[in-house]
Design a protein around this ligand. Structure first.
Ligand SMILES: [Zn+2]
Length: 259
């Protein structure tokens, strides 16, 4: 089996509390890990994941500011510091970026979320970079903002979609990528994505270190959980493990332009 994790918070402090990186990476690579996209929620993580990607060739760095971290207006100084980070590596993903009206109830922060989101979309547009998008509760606003940037559809990844079916259909028409994550093992409505989206537009993710309860057992998200997700994908789709491994690998290459 070979597999990838298209959205994992490897550079976060809490992930590294749960997993000792060197031995864990070795274990995951032995299991068949091709690549893990290490997304960031803020500047310090973006810097750290760039360093980690130089140490581990299987890590693709994700640079970005999560909507939860967009608490103040973006400044020129902040923009400069990110421009500098982006100049350090060619093989990068822009993420985790987006909007969140579900977990963030304070509406005063929404304009700041949008400022950050647009800033990173502009960078992606200018440099032809893939984006890794969070949109909980803000699906329609994300749809309309995205439509104003010239970003290739195969460079747009919608992470952990669980919003309205109508917006899901809109994104499917635009031919975006979607992640499938371990919540499909918990009876979550997220499974609808797998049923609606073409298999050629599916990637897998752990969103590590998010915690899932699977069959009354608490499991910490990490690349090591992806084989379980793939087994569930096999149950639902007409493909066997070899076929799914190949399809998903080709999808990751298509999304990141890697390899
Ligand atoms: Zn995430």
């Amino acid at each position: 089996m070979r597999f990838h994790d298209a959205h994992c918070h490897i550079a976060s402090k809490s992930f590294q509390k749960d997993f000792e990186l060197e031995s864990s990476m070795r274990k995951w690579i032995d299991m068949g890990l091709d690549y893990v996209i290490g997304v960031s929620t803020k500047y310090s993580e973006s810097k750290k994941i760039l360093d980690l990607s130089k140490e581990y060739e299987k890590i693709i760095p994700g640079i970005g500011v999560h909507p939860w971290s967009a608490k103040k207006p973006i400044t020129d100084e902040i923009k400069e510091s990110f421009f500098h980070l982006f100049s350090e590596s060619k093989q990068v993903v822009v993420g985790e970026i987006g909007l969140d009206y579900h977990f963030i109830k304070n509406e005063e922060r929404y304009p700041y979320q949008e400022q950050y989101f647009r800033f990173f979309l502009q960078i992606a547009e200018k440099n032809n970079l893939p984006v890794n998008i969070h949109l909980k509760g803000a699906e329609e606003d994300v749809a309309s903002i995205l439509s104003t940037y010239r970003i290739k559809s195969s460079n747009v990844l919608i992470h952990w979609y669980s919003g309205p079916t109508q917006t899901l259909k809109k994104f499917i028409e635009r031919d975006y990528f979607f992640t499938i994550n371990p919540s499909i093992l918990t009876g979550s409505p997220h499974i609808e994505v797998l049923k609606e989206v073409s298999i050629n537009r599916i990637l897998t993710e752990s969103d590590g270190n998010v915690k899932y309860t699977i069959n009354n057992e608490r499991v910490i998200g990490s690349p090591g959980i992806i084989p379980k997700v793939m087994n569930k994908i096999i149950e639902i789709t007409p493909y066997d493990l070899d076929e799914i491994s190949k399809i998903l690998y080709d999808n990751l290459r298509n999304y990141t332009n890697i390899g």
